[in-house]
Each structure stands twice: as C-alpha cells, then as structure tokens.
Design a protein around this ligand. Structure first.
Ligand SMILES: C[S@@+](CC[C@H](N)C(=O)[O-])C[C@H]1O[C@@H](n2cnc3c(N)ncnc32)[C@H](O)[C@@H]1O
Length: 395
C-alpha cells in the first residue's frame, strides 16, 4: 500500500512538472474551456422550441421532439438519366418507391378512392378550398426504407458518364415538387433553389420546358450547378431549358412579372432539425439573433415575389422545413392579404388533402391545419418537418 501511495505521489509530481514546463499558451484544455460557447446554439434552439412548440403543438410536441433529436431518415431520389440505377438492388434491400406505391395504393382502394376524394372534395368546397387533381410523372421515383427500418443508403455511384444513380434527401422534401404538379411544357421558377434537391426532382419529371433555378447565395448557387451537372446530361442543361441565377428573390417581382406556370418558394427558415443537431452554421447562434427574428418578413417578401412572378392561372407552392406557425401559416395568410391589397392579385388556396391521402402510409402528417399541410417527424418515419401550402392565381 505504501509503495502504491509513493508511486501515485511520484506520478502526480511528474504531471505537475510537465504542466510547469508547458508554456501557458499551449495548455490546450484551458484554451478549449475558455472558447467553448456558454450557450451552444443547439441548446438555445431546444429551449426555444420547447417554449414555442410546447404551446403550438401541444400533446404532439414530446414525440416530435424525440424524433427531431434522433437520426433522420433519407430517401433516394432516382436519377432517370443514369445508367447505374439499380432499382432491383434497392428493392432487394427492402426499399420501395413511395411515390408510385402511394399512387397504386390509392387506386387499389378503388371505390374507397372515389369515395374519399368525393368526401375531401365536398369538404374542400365547404372550406372554400380548391381540390388539386394531383397527377405526377412516373419518372419521379423516390425510394425509402420501410417504416421502422433505420438502415442507411449506400452512397450513390457515378456511371460511365459521371452521372450518379440517386440523390439522397429528406423524402418529405419531394412533396413540395409533387404538390407543384408540373404539366408538360410548363415554365417553372425555383426561387430559392440551392443546393438543388427540389430543382433536380422537378427536372426528373422531364415535363418542364424551361426551369429558372435561383438562389441569392453565390456559393450555394455554385453547389446547385455542381449537383445538376452530376445528375443531368449536358444536352438537357442548355440555355434554352435552364437558367441558373443568383438574384435576391425578394426583387423577382420587379424582374419578371406574370411569367411562370409554376413557382416554388422554398424559403430559408429555422431549419429545425439542423438547428437542434449541429452547432455549425446554426441560426440560433447568438450573433444571428437579428437574422433569425427577421425570417418571417423575408419569407413573406419571397412568397409575394413568387406570387407576382407566376402568371394568372399559375400555381405557387410555399414550403419550409420548420414547424413554426409564424414561418408557415402566418406567412401564407399575410401574403394572400398583401397580394390582394397591394397588387390586386386574387389567390385561391388549393387543398393538398389528396396528397396526404396518397402518402399517409409513408409520412406522419399533422392533423388538419387551417392552411397547408405539414409532415411531422416520427420515430418510425423520421422525415420532415416539411410544411407546404399551394396557391393558385385567379387574377
Ligand atoms: C431551404 S433552402 C432551399 C433548399 C432548396 N430548395 C433545395 O431543395 O435544395 C433556402 C435557400 O434560400 C436561399 N435564400 C436566402 N435568402 C434568399 C433571397 N433573398 N433570395 C433568394 N434565395 C435566398 C438560401 O441561400 C438557401 O439556399
């Protein structure tokens, strides 16, 4: 025992000597302790969400909270232009194409389908909403693992032309593209497009005559270009079919009015899942408080610009990846009001209930919202959050 104590004292003395020999500036631990943020943005985000969503979402919040703090699930958006797409390989792994399965399932319900669409139509009419006759291109395919299966996809491989077989993204992010319901020959504006997942999904339909993909961030626009070049053959990326720009989207109404058949307004938001998991580039960082608080105003200006850019009869989809009422329904409400008051543009809210009906086996949707639909994260289907609302220009 005495020997053990002697040895311990000896080691402690050695450690002390070593410490004294190490110049102060190189004492890593103390330096780390001094620069460590007292309030990590992820913790601030959780406190903020507990306070607001606890009230806004009530009893739904605890289970959404657990899902948000757990590993998210991906979808593999199939690249129809790649020769390396091994659908059989994905199917053997137990994945399924949730888009085409959803359509088959809804048709399989047969009478129930007609019944339910009649019911939702009647309800939509009663609510003063217009039902969306959702169609979609069979080229748009997105594979997901089954509910409760938390395996991950392998990284996609490039084929002999350098085109990747699939693009990994939150499968719920495909819903705004499906809601946009592009038709053959449509002109489309993707107002906040980078890094490009939704633009890519829209191009997979092969229905669009002309796509304008814009993002105000120059560096993110570069990433968008890289993404499109890694998935789409050069002959489809000509000036006649695609324009990539880096304008401030809020100014679009002054650049091009009444021009597009479809406009996607996928705005910057508090990106709830990212804000809870990553301290880097986190909007809850104290230095970004002003930027975070001004998000609803920026979102409103972007949506209004998107509405003005659409042609009369054209359709606009507004989407975010936050659960926040202030960034979702409130923005849409104000935009509808301001479009009418300031620009004499009358809008109709298009019901997305058919889309919910189609994909209710893949995603958890929030119980009926008064405006739009929302995918809420759930441990068995950990996608989202994604909020989406569709508007149609009447004038
Ligand atoms: C949610 S992300 C878009 C994600 C993209 N739609 C996708 O699917 O890959 C929001 C984007 O809005 C861009 N943004 C922010 N302010 C903008 C503005 N005033 N005009 C246009 N884009 C803006 C950001 O740079 C960011 O890339």
């Amino acid at each position: 025992m005495a020997l053990f104590l002697d040895r311990s004292r000896f080691l402690l003395r050695k450690l002390k000597d070593l410490r004294n020999l190490t110049p102060q500036r190189n004492r890593v631990k103390e330096k780390w302790a001094a620069t460590r943020p007292k309030h990590p943005p992820t913790r601030l985000a959780l406190q903020h969400f507990d306070a607001t969503y606890g009230t806004e979402l009530g009893s739904l919040w605890p289970s959404i909270r657990i899902a948000l703090l757990s590993e998210k699930k991906y979808g593999a958006l199939i690249n129809v232009f790649s020769s390396d797409v091994s659908l059989a390989e994905l199917q053997v792994q137990g994945c399924r194409d949730f888009i085409n399965d959803g359509v088959v399932q809804t048709s399989f319900e047969g009478g129930a389908k007609n019944e339910s669409s009649d019911v939702s139509m009647a309800k939509a009419e009663a609510d003063g909403l217009q039902e969306s006759p959702l169609q979609h291109s069979p080229n748009l395919q997105c594979f997901v693992f089954q509910r409760g299966d938390i395996r991950r996809f392998k990284p996609a491989r490039p084929d002999q032309f350098g085109l990747f077989g699939y693009y990994l993204m939150d499968a719920a992010s495909v819903l705004p593209c499906l809601a946009l319901d592009v038709k053959d020959g449509d002109t489309v504006l993707d107002l906040c497009a980078a890094p490009g997942g939704k633009s890519l999904a829209l191009l997979q339909t092969q229905l669009i005559r002309f796509l304008c993909a814009n993002d105000s961030s120059v560096s993110r626009t570069k990433r968008l270009k890289q993404v499109l070049q890694s998935y789409i053959p050069k002959q489809f990326l000509t000036e006649d079919t695609l324009r990539i720009t880096s304008f401030d989207g809020t100014m679009w109404g002054e650049i091009e009015k009444n021009a597009f058949d479809r406009v996607l307004v996928d705005v910057p938001c508090t990106t709830d899942r990212h804000s809870l998991m990553e301290d880097d580039n986190n909007i809850f960082n104290k230095s970004r408080t002003g930027e975070r608080r001004s998000l609803p105003q920026l979102q409103l200006e972007l949506l209004l610009a998107g509405i003005i850019a659409a042609c009369p009869g054209g359709e606009i989809v507004y989407s975010t990846c936050t659960l926040s009422l202030n960034q979702n329904q409130s923005v849409v409400e104000q935009a509808i009001h301001l479009a009418q008051e300031q620009h004499n543009i009358h809008l109709q809210v298009v019901s997305l209930r058919p889309l919910v009906q189609m994909f209710k086996n893949t995603f958890h949707f929030a119980p009926e919202l008064h405006l739009g639909e929302m995918v809420i994260p759930h441990l068995a289907a950990n996608f989202g959050p994604i909020y989406l609302c569709k508007l149609r220009r009447l004038t």
